[in-house]
Each structure stands twice: as structure tokens, then as C-alpha cells.
Design a protein around this ligand. Structure first.
Ligand code: NAI
Length: 341
């Protein structure tokens, strides 16, 4: 079985080589992202393996189908970059639903601590033998209210971490679970000192943080986004920061990240004015979609992707297929006992 792996990075290759060799899958690595211009590289492959910023739109799906590619194996949980509806009946799509919720939740807390204790400032200062503390005053997390949007795998781990810090946790989820103090979104915006986003990007959640919601938030609120960039309207975020309404933003994801993230732009001019302006703010912390990047998560991603492909091509059914038959992607009425189509 041959798989074309797009947007390949040096840290991806060892895991895919290891698990691929064990299961007889030959991975061919392409540094370029999958899109309409690069899709021809998939010719001859049985499957393509893609990540968060590859484009699997209708045009790409049609080309893959024409080339006889049978499966799109996402090596991530989110699938907002795949036109799953268009794929139905043409090409099977599978994902890695969970590889390490701890990696992402811990990164969210790392960003929060870095931001509120000014570690990023202190690090640069002490490297320059400047041991002054002026301007580094932070605030305690203990006793603060954190509002968590999305209480799935990652959101729940983040909640546990916050509880360990003695924070009051409130949450909003479209499908509430047990053991968490759920409130409405408006209540969450109004009461939270810190807001952390852990829901998927859908038409419903796009620009969940916008001018209206920022207006409802507490002055000085810290916003953390380790989920998907377009959950936040970046212009509204920038204005909220300029107006001193938003106290800090911790961003592992950015709306237009696919043009910038995972690449080295040092020595180049970044065209994205909003990102460039955000980066000039002392209270904005950006990491480039790094939250998943732990040794444990990379190993789990490679193992699970190879398992998905092995199950699909071997047993004919993959439990992690994104089924669109019922029109409700994650709630397959067929119980994953057979292929989606
Ligand atoms: P999950 O599927 O376990 O949980 C998502 C939660 O969001 C569920 O409880 C669901 O009910 C809730 N939800 C769905 N629609 C909602 C809505 N309209 N409003 C509020 N809540 C809603 O997903 P998991 O594993 O916790 O991942 C969360 C997100 O984290 C993913 O969608 C992905 O975008 C992002 N992610 C980011 C990574 C990074 O490296 N920065 C790595 C992995 C995931």
C-alpha cells in the first residue's frame, strides 16, 4: 500500500517510517501542502495523508478520485479543512480523534502561565543580564474564574489542570456532560477572567469571539485559543486589545495560519498586517500550532494513522472514518460496522 504524506516535517518521518514498515505501508513524503496545485503528486498512491493546513476541497477530492486514491487519512483530530460532504460517495476520510489531549491542554496552561507571569519577557531580559522586575507584575490564577468552551477530551484535561490551580471553572458546551458547572455562552463571557477555547471549528463556532462577544467580556480578560484560528475574529481581537478590553491573548492557532505557520519567515516580510500588528503587542503570545507537538503525541499520531489505513484497506472498515451517510458526521447510525458508502 502506498500513501503520499503531504506537509511532511522532519519530526513526522521517524514515526511514520517505523509504523509503516511494521504494517507494509510505504509512505512517500512531500514537504508541500496538498492543494489544487500539488494534488497531481498523489498519482499512484492508494491514500493521501494530510494535516491541518492541507486543502481537501471539492476540486482536490475530484482529482484524487480521478487518480484512484481511495482514502484521505488525516493525521489530526480537526477536519474543517476537508469538504466531508463532497467526499461522500467518492473518497473515504478518516482521522485521529485523540492522540494526546494532555499535550494540547498542557500547552494551553503553559501559554496562560507564560502570559500572566510574563515569563516570555523575563526570559529575554535575564538573557541580557537585565535583572530588573519592573513591568513583570503578574496575577495569581488561584481563585480566578476560567470559562472553558468545549468540554471534550482536551477541554476536560484543561479543566482538571485549572482545578489543580484552585481556579473556579465554568463551561459552555453544545452537548453538556457531567461534573462541570455549565453556563450559557453569555454568562461565560461575562464571568470569566480567562476564556479557553476547546470546541471544534464549525459554521456555528466560526468567529465565536467577535466584537459582540468581546463587548460582553470582563475588562482584562485573557483569551486562550489552542483549537482553531477562525474561532476568533482576529480584527475584533486586535481592536479589543487596542481598547485595553482584552488583557492578553494566547494563540496557538490563527485564522490565516495556513499561509504562515510551520514556515520560517525570519528575514522575510510578513504580508498579513493583522498578524504583524498582533505580534507587536506585548500581551499577545503566539505559538505556531505547536500544542500537539510532544513525543508522545507524534508517536500516537503515526501509530493511529497507520492503524486507520490498515483497518480500512485490510478489514474494509475503519472505526475512525468520518461518516457522512447520515449527514451527522460524528454520530454514525451504522455504528461503524461497515463502510460509510
Ligand atoms: P472533542 O471532540 O473531544 O471535544 C470537542 C467538544 O466541543 C465536544 O464536547 C463538543 O460537544 C463541543 N462542541 C461541539 N460544538 C460546539 C459548539 N457549537 N459550542 C460549544 N462546544 C461545542 O475534541 P478535542 O479532542 O477536545 O479537540 C478540541 C479541538 O482542539 C479540535 O476540534 C481541534 O480543532 C483542536 N486541536 C488543536 C490542536 C493543536 O495542536 N493546537 C491539536 C488537537 C486538537
Amino acid at each position: 500500500m502506498k500513501a503520499a504524506l503531504f506537509d511532511a516535517k522532519p519530526y513526522d518521518i521517524p514515526g511514520f517510517d517505523k509504523y509503516g514498515a511494521l504494517r507494509g505501508i510505504e509512505f512517500k513524503y512531500y514537504e508541500t501542502k496538498l492543494n489544487e496545485d500539488t494534488v497531481s503528486l498523489a498519482q499512484g498512491a492508494d491514500a493521501v495523508c494530510v494535516f491541518v493546513n492541507d486543502t481537501v476541497n471539492a476540486a482536490v477530492i475530484d482529482k484524487l478520485t480521478e487518480y484512484g486514491v481511495k482514502a484521505v487519512a488525516l493525521r489530526c483530530a480537526g477536519y474543517n479543512n476537508v469538504d466531508v460532504e463532497h467526499a461522500f460517495g467518492k473518497i473515504h476520510v478518516m482521522r485521529v480523534p485523540a492522540y494526546s489531549p494532555y499535550a494540547v491542554a498542557e500547552h494551553a496552561m503553559a501559554l496562560l502561565l507564560t502570559s500572566v507571569r510574563r515569563i516570555h519577557k523575563a526570559y529575554i531580559r535575564t538573557k541580557d543580564f537585565n535583572f530588573s522586575l519592573n513591568g513583570l507584575t503578574g496575577f495569581n490564577l488561584h481563585g480566578k474564574t476560567v470559562g472553558v468552551v468545549g468540554t471534550g477530551r482536551i477541554g476536560r484535561v484543561f479543566i482538571d489542570i485549572c482545578r489543580g490551580f484552585g481556579m473556579r471553572v465554568i463551561a459552555y458546551d453544545k452537548f453538556p456532560g457531567e461534573g462541570i458547572d455549565y453556563v450559557t455562552l453569555d454568562e461565560l463571557f461575562a464571568e470569566s477572567d480567562i476564556i479557553s477555547l476547546h470546541c471544534p471549528l464549525t459554521e456555528e463556532t466560526r468567529h465565536l469571539v467577535n466584537r459582540d462577544s468581546v463587548a460582553k467580556m470582563k475588562k482584562g480578560v485573557v483569551i486562550i485559543n489552542t483549537s482553531r484560528g477562525a474561532l476568533i475574529d482576529s480584527e475584533a481581537l486586535l481592536d479589543g486589545i487596542k481598547e485595553r478590553k482584552i488583557g492578553a491573548a494566547c494563540l496557538d492557532v490563527y485564522e490565516e495560519e495556513s499561509d504562515v505557520f510551520f514556515r520560517d519567515f525570519s528575514g522575510h516580510i510578513v504580508e498579513d498586517d493583522t498578524l504583524a500588528r498582533l505580534m507587536t503587542m506585548p500581551n499577545v503570545l503566539v505559538t505556531s500550532h505547536q500544542a500537539f507537538l510532544t513525543e508522545e503525541a507524534l508517536d500516537n499520531i503515526a501509530a493511529a494513522t497507520v492503524d486507520n489505513l490498515t483497518a480500512f484497506f485490510g478489514e474494509g472498515v475503519c472505526p475512525n472514518e468520518l461518516c457522512y451517510r447520515c449527514g451527522r458526521i460524528e454520530e454514525c447510525r451504522r455504528g461503524r460496522k461497515e463502510k460509510c458508502f
